[in-house]
Design a binder for this molecule. Structure first.
Ligand code: SAH
Ligand code: SF4
Ligand code: F3S
Length: 442
């Protein structure tokens, strides 16, 4: 019996899919490389924008076709489209079954330990006894895609209720994982060959585990960073996402102090205008964001900062938009994930504000942010010309190996040895473009 998992959305979902893979393989399913060969398709969905939801519904028809060819095929949906929390729960699940009659089952990702029971009723699965030891979601050992770079969830959910955002409804309230359990997972991964640890959670700075040691002077998050830094074999730590309102000096002080703190941070600002930030319920000012960037660059002058920007949020004027544009340019933000505002049912913005910026204006603003970012990124990348950078190889394809340098820039070089995946390679850069660097093995 073959399975295929399609993952959408952020690192949280990618990390969830690694645990999902473990459960399916323990049940005896085998991975296949295309959904049209599968007996079980699971969609791990993202719901952050309307078009993400629409994309899932668009699959209804192709699935009906596949089921005609393979009567054994079962289709399941998990992830953020399966809502949890006020108002939207239930309603949304029913909507999925109504709009996609080809779907056989849905489950919340936190209920992953119950998945074997669902599948036992649908398929004659082997290996079923082995999965009875699944205690809880976090105890499931993830099947990692690339052992050198591992994604470790440290918390789930969100308490912030930014006015535009569906995540608190989709993932529920914040819950932190015990520190001992996280460290155990990091150590286990390091022994298997992990070099880079990516800590994931919606708001990692408010990490509050049940087992924080009472005599610590650090916040739990800095304590966790120090302990992971001390694990043998781990040389790079990245974390997503940091909310600017919660970024504290103790975390900033670790830059330049802990060898594994890379000179890159993803710090989503969403808007460069204080009035828009107010309407978004972000609870910080643009000045606070600039102050954070300044402090980090005082510690690491080449610090790369990436961010998220929403364009065309309710009532965004041209002047307010230009404040975002200028923030990217003036603060030299070298990577921006730009989103056109998408109204989400049940959120505060949908209830209390008006989605009044036209699609054309959103598109135009999207393109202008992309343009300004290209300029900043091109300029930032010039510092690497003729320098030797350390690449952690992720992929070898069509005669090129590629991977990221500590500053989160992609760098590629000519190579076709698949054994390079997961290895560090020193590369002398001879081309620095907007989105990537190119060079040769030094
Ligand atoms: N926890 C993170 C964001 C998670 S959602 C934070 O606080 O920054 C990922 C990104 O999707 C957001 O940063 C935002 O830029 C975008 N996004 C979220 N809701 C959106 C919406 N309704 N419309 C457009 N973009 C949205
Ligand atoms: Fe959404 Fe805001 Fe929570 Fe981020 S902090 S997940 S944007 S509500
Ligand atoms: Fe999407 Fe859920 Fe992540 S809505 S962005 S997959 S937390």
């Amino acid at each position: 019996m073959k399975y295929y998992i399609q993952t959408y959305g952020c690192q949280m979902n990618y990390s969830d899919s690694e645990r999902l893979t473990t459960v399916l393989e323990k049940l005896g399913y085998e991975k296949c490389d295309h959904y049209n060969k599968a007996d079980l398709i699971i969609l791990n969905t993202c719901s952050v924008k309307q078009n993400a939801d629409n994309r899932i519904y668009g699959l209804g028809e192709p699935f009906a076709e596949l089921k005609k060819k393979n009567s054994n095929l079962k289709i399941g949906i998990t992830g953020c489209a399966i809502r949890k929390g006020t108002g939207i729960r239930g309603e949304c699940k029913e909507q999925i079954f109504r709009r996609m009659p080809t779907v056989d089952f849905t489950f919340k990702i936190k209920d992953l330990p119950q998945l074997p029971n669902i599948l036992r009723e649908l398929h004659q699965v082997e290996g079923a006894d082995e999965v009875d030891d699944l205690l809880s979601y976090f105890h499931i050992d993830p099947t990692v895609a690339n052992i050198a770079q591992v994604f470790i969830p440290i918390m789930s959910g969100c308490n912030n209720f930014c006015s535009y955002c569906i995540v608190p409804y989709a993932r529920g309230r914040e819950e932190s994982r015990d520190m001992a359990e996280i460290l155990e997972e990091v150590e286990k991964m390091a022994k298997r060959g992990a070099k880079e640890v990516n800590l994931v959670g919606q708001n990692v700075n408010t990490y509050k585990p049940g087992d924080r040691s009472p005599d610590s002077v650090d916040t739990p998050f800095t304590q966790l960073l120090r302990r992971i830094d001390a694990v043998d074999g781990i040389d790079r730590i990245r974390f997503y996402t940091v909310h600017p309102k919660d970024m504290t000096d103790d975390v900033i002080s670790l830059y330049g102090q802990l060898p594994s703190m890379v000179p890159h941070l993803h710090l989503p600002v969403q808007s460069g205008s204080n009035s828009v930030l107010g309407r978004m319920n972000r609870l910080y000012t643009v000045e606070k964001f600039k102050e954070l960037v300044k402090k980090m660059r005082e510690r690491m002058p080449n610090m790369s900062i990436s961010t998220d920007i929403i364009v065309g949020f309710c009532g965004e004027t041209e002047e307010e938009f230009m404040e975002s544009y200028n923030l990217i340019k003036d603060e030299k933000i070298d990577l921006v994930y730009v989103s056109k505002y998408s109204e989400r049912p049940g959120t505060l913005a949908q209830k209390e504000q008006k989605d009044d910026i036209s699609p054309d204006v959103k598109k135009d603003r999207f393109e202008r942010i992309t343009e300004v970012m290209k300029g900043v990124s091109h300029e930032y990348n010039q510092q690497f010309l003729d320098k030797t950078v350390q690449v952690l190889v992720e992929k070898v394809d069509k005669g090129y190996a590629s991977g990221k340098i500590p500053e989160y820039k992609m760098c590629r070089f000519k190579a076709d040895d698949h054994n390079l995946i997961g290895q560090y390679v020193n590369v002398k850069v001879d081309k620095a473009m907007e989105w990537c660097l190119e060079g040769a093995i030094a």
